[in-house]
Design a binder for this molecule. Structure first.
Ligand code: OAD
Length: 229
């Protein structure tokens, strides 16, 4: 059986990382359109960086939970018949041990230069002045995440669509299904004949599409999924 999994912020909620749209989520007291856009960065790069540094410090303290670890178990069991598509930028899936994955919205620990296209992994901004500058050319450094109005990384998106089109089971975990094109993937999978499972304590836009809704938090829901597969 070929299994594709799409994760969103909800899978990291039990690791202490706020989601975007829930009560107390990241978007509630900060307008994302003000911070997570290319225009906002042009206008005030230091402010945008402050926000990302705050998120980095929350993520740095967080540990992968039983949801992330359960998906590693599934990957080890299914090998090439498993693939993980994440919208999260926190890197917790990799820290848990997932290897067969794409990050549709980038990664908060990676940065890129706006002037020379240099990119850096695990770029530390702790001692840097804000906004940080490129070591190669002195240009402005930005987080390598996808902002509103920007296209997703083409390779990652293509891989995600390929899995959606060619899997037997498509599992959505901890995503509201509000943000496209990621939210389109379960529809593609269903159309191609896959069974769709949702793991989410709450109903979402994707619930009507799902053949099975596991109304549990990710830590418990993924364990149930493991028992089923
Ligand atoms: P949202 O904040 O939109 O949705 C989080 C979902 O997680 C909700 O449906 C919650 O019910 C669910 N949830 C909360 N706690 C959970 C738990 N313990 N276990 C399982 N589910 C839980 O987050 P996303 O769908 O990831 O994009 O948002 C999609 C994109 O919107 C993000 O990647 C981000 C944002 O704009 C970019 O930054 C480009």
């Amino acid at each position: 059986m070929r299994v594709a999994v799409l994760t969103g912020a909800g899978i990291s909620a039990e690791s202490g990382i706020p989601t975007f749209r829930d009560e107390g989520g990241l978007w509630k007291n900060l307008d994302p359109k003000v911070l997570a856009t290319p225009t906002a960065f042009e206008r005030n790069p230091a402010l945008v960086w402050e926000w990302y540094l705050q998120r980095r410090s929350i993520i740095a303290k967080a540990k992968p939970n039983a949801g992330h670890l359960g998906l590693v178990e599934l990957e080890q069991e299914l090998g090439e018949n498993f693939f993980l598509i994440t919208q999260n930028v926190d890197g917790l899936h990799q820290r848990a041990g997932s290897r067969r994955l794409v990050e549709l919205h980038g990664n908060i620990w990676k940065v890129k230069c706006l002037s020379c296209d240099a990119s850096y992994e695990d770029y530390s901004t702790e001692s840097a002045q804000l906004p940080p500058r490129c070591r190669e050319c002195g240009g402005l450094i930005r987080p390598a995440v996808v902002w509103f109005g920007e296209p997703l990384p083409a390779d990652a998106l293509e891989t995600a669509y390929r899995w959606a089109q060619n899997c037997d089971l498509f599992v959505c975990i901890g995503t509201s299904g509000e943000v496209y094109p990621a939210a389109h993937l379960p529809y593609v999978a269903k159309e191609a004949g896959a069974q769709v499972v949702e793991i989410n304590p709450k109903e979402t836009k994707l619930s009507p599409l799902a053949d099975l809704c596991i109304r549990e938090p990710a830590t418990k829901g993924v364990q149930e999924l493991l028992k089923m597969i």
